[in-house]
Design a protein around this ligand. Structure first.
Ligand code: SAH
Length: 262
């Protein structure tokens, strides 16, 4: 284990890793590789014992479940524990149930760590919706029975259920219909300046991420429709892509369109 002394003080890196819904075989190869190289793993209560048994013997384990033992860790406590770990260790893994960015507070941890100068990478996991649906043989979409999927939180920041005010919309197969999608969303009351991101060849070496506003989406889709499979994300969260300077090849479409017009 590479514990860093004060003399050679250097900030470690944090990986927010999705542990999947429970079955250890649903961990990804990437999650396993990152876990095998970890100096410290901070894990949730949702992480199954089978997965904990697979962690390398040499790594330090810290249980940061919201209820661990008698004392309750708040989200702020967890974020501080991550920062302390990044100051102490080279390779820090935050292992979360399912996917870190789906009802996993991964966005808050990302923002906090980046604000403190820590480099962060995200390793996605199979979210409970996908894992449980597969286990129960429920196709979450089906051309005859369901053409959209809503993941909603039954639990708001204050506990009770609140119908979603600001849903994130993700469009598969939407590039050719971008004008129609944009018009329909604006008709539905979405502001023309809502952030959007278009991700082509996601996770592959030729990944490209374009960001802009909803009103720019048709131009963006037309200009880049030939790149390969693409996903469109519409909602306030899409602005994270533009803020995140460490991501590969992010291009702000507003400035590009500006250049094209000039
Ligand atoms: N980030 C997680 C969700 C965390 S919220 C994900 O992407 O899956 C925690 C909730 O997820 C639980 O209250 C439950 O509703 C659901 N969940 C997580 N794992 C589950 C499992 N194995 N079976 C059923 N529901 C599960």
């Amino acid at each position: 284990m590479k514990k860093i002394t004060n003399k050679e003080y250097k900030m470690g890196k944090v990986w927010l890793v999705g542990g999947g819904p429970g079955d250890p075989e649903l961990l990804t190869i990437k999650a396993m590789r990152i876990l095998n190289q970890a100096d410290v793993v901070l894990y949730d209560s949702l992480i199954s014992d089978e997965i904990l048994e697979m962690l390398p013997k040499k790594c330090t384990r810290i249980h940061v479940g919201k209820r661990c033992g008698a004392h309750k860790m708040t989200q702020v406590d967890i974020q501080k524990a991550l920062l302390t770990s990044a100051r102490k260790y080279e390779r820090v893994v935050r292992l979360k149930g399912g996917d870190p960015f789906i009802f996993g507070r991964g966005g808050e941890e990302l923002e906090y760590l980046q604000a403190h100068g820590v480099e962060v990478d995200i390793v996605p996991g199979i979210t409970a919706a996908g894992g449980c649906a597969a286990a129960a043989k429920i196709p979450l979409t089906h051309r005859q029975y369901g053409n959209a999927l809503m993941l909603d939180s039954g639990h708001s920041q204050h506990g009770e259920y609140q119908p979603s005010q600001r849903p994130t919309r993700v469009f598969y197969m939407g590039v050719k219909q971008a004008s129609q999608i944009t018009a329909s969303l604006i008709d539905d009351g979405l502001c023309y300046s809502t952030p959007v991101a278009m991700i082509a060849n996601g996770t592959l070496p030729n990944q490209e991420v374009f960001t802009g506003r909803l009103i720019d989406l048709p131009a963006l889709a037309e200009r880049y429709s030939g790149l390969g499979p693409a996903l469109i994300i519409v909602g306030e969260v899409a602005a994270f892509a533009a803020k995140n300077t460490t991501s590969n090849q992010i291009q702000d479409i507003a400035s590009q369109l500006g250049e094209a017009v000039a």
